[in-house]
Design a binder for this molecule. Structure first.
Ligand SMILES: Nc1ncnc2c1ncn2[C@@H]1O[C@H](COP(=O)(O)OP(=O)(O)O)[C@@H](O)[C@H]1O
Ligand SMILES: [Mg+2]
Length: 374
């Protein structure tokens, strides 16, 4: 059977890397990962993107420059996955590119979400059609525009005989509840995960890197007063549908809470942030899922942080076992990029990509805009 190849490109809230996959949808029920590659976000580009996450001077000019650099980096990533998969540009039906979120304001009036990345430029650079802007229509239909991955989780991980829960520990953590029977899928952002861990770590390590293995956090201790303050943020109490981002959880938010507590060692703050992510996920499981899962399958970069995984296991009831999506046949670090490849496939097949029960949109909708190179 001839392949039906899509490239999914994802760079999430963490801005750590541009992840890309080639997925073969010839048999849509068993989509096959053909190649994967992750390009560490070039430092200068990362700095420009971070600076665009809050308002400042010359934003239009800075967006133009950052978008061009982002599209060029994506084109390099596409060349790499094509080589790995031993495919040519003409073999690919479409690239589905998430773009880089610089603002996510689903509760603003009017609500908006902004992903940049110049998909037209990417289409011209790669000679492959590019589908992008996946979140906009859902927002215009009254939804949160996020999370979008639960629909993909449903397509690949749902089982008729038992409920399943998937937890993505990206920059932001999001959870998907897949009921065994016909009930609606539930999914929402639980709150910050790696984004705050990275921001605090980088503030103490020359603006670079992340806390490998959670080793730096492990040198500190949870600060109960700081943890209580962080947990008092109204986001955690809000009923789903809900989604969040760097807009809500950033360094000034954290430092204001730290200052109110007095002097705290940097490693204690890092350890407290690990506890915050673990506790907010555990609370969300208890409060907002229709039923307690037996297993929670984790994906995203946080699955590679043993300290965070251990803190999570301790925060959850003993009856819930932690696993990774590896046990469901999908490597944790590629789930999101594969989800966007799938959203590209949905666009081409005129299938809705959102789940109104998750995002709160008024209806299911075909998501994305297509940019043609010719
Ligand atoms: N070995 C590791 N130890 C600790 N943290 C890790 C490790 N590998 C990845 N991470 C964390 O995961 C983050 C990336 O997660 P990812 O799922 O790509 O998030 P996003 O979707 O926001 O880009 C990194 O920035 C880092 O904080
Ligand atoms: Mg990432």
């Amino acid at each position: 059977m001839a392949g039906d190849y899509y490239i999914g490109i994802m760079s999430g809230t963490s801005m750590d890397a541009i992840d890309a996959v080639v997925v073969d949808f010839a048999n849509p029920k068993q989509a096959e990962l053909r190649a994967s590659y992750s390009l560490a976000m070039p430092r200068a580009l990362q700095q420009s993107l971070l600076a665009l996450c809050h308002s400042g001077d010359n934003e239009v000019e800075r967006i133009a420059a950052a978008e061009a650099a982002f599209a060029e980096a994506c084109a390099l990533v596409v060349a790499e996955v094509l080589a790995q998969a031993q495919l040519k540009a003409t073999d690919i039906t479409a690239i589905a590119s998430h773009g880089q979120t610089i603002r996510h304001q689903p509760q603003a009036k009017p609500p908006y979400t902004v992903q940049i990345g110049d998909p037209m430029r990417l289409a011209l650079l790669t000679a492959i059609p590019v589908i992008s802007e996946f979140r906009r229509k859902d927002i215009l239909l009254g939804g949160e525009g996020a999370p979008l991955v639960p629909a993909y989780h449903q397509a690949v991980f749902a089982r008729a005989d038992q409920p399943t829960a998937i937890l993505n520990l990206g920059g932001i953590a999001n959870i998907t509840w897949l009921p065994g029977a016909a009930d609606a899928v539930t999914g929402f952002d639980t709150g910050p995960a790696n984004t705050l861990l990275d921001q605090w770590y980088q503030a103490h390590h020359n603006g670079q890197g992340f806390d490998e293995g959670g080793n730096w956090a492990a040198q500190g201790q949870v600060h109960p007063q700081l943890l209580a303050r962080l947990l008092s943020d109204p986001y955690f109490n809000r009923q789903p549908p809900k989604s969040t981002g760097r807009d809500d959880f950033h360094l000034p938010w954290l430092t204001a809470h730290i200052q109110a507590c007095g002097d705290i060692a940097a490693t204690d703050v890092q350890r407290t942030l690990v506890a915050l992510s673990a506790k907010t996920v555990a609370d969300a499981v208890e409060r907002f899922l229709p039923q307690q899962p037996q297993r929670l399958y984790v994906c995203g970069g946080g699955a590679l942080n043993p300290l965070l995984m251990e803190a999570l296991q301790q925060a959850l009831p003993r009856t819930i076992t932690l696993a990774t999506t590896e046990q469901l046949g999908v490597e944790p670090q590629w789930v999101e990029a594969m989800a966007f490849a799938w959203l590209g496939w949905c666009f081409e097949h005129k299938k809705p990509g959102n789940l109104p029960a998750v995002t709160g949109a008024s209806s299911p909708a075909i998501l994305g805009v297509k940019y043609l190179p010719d």
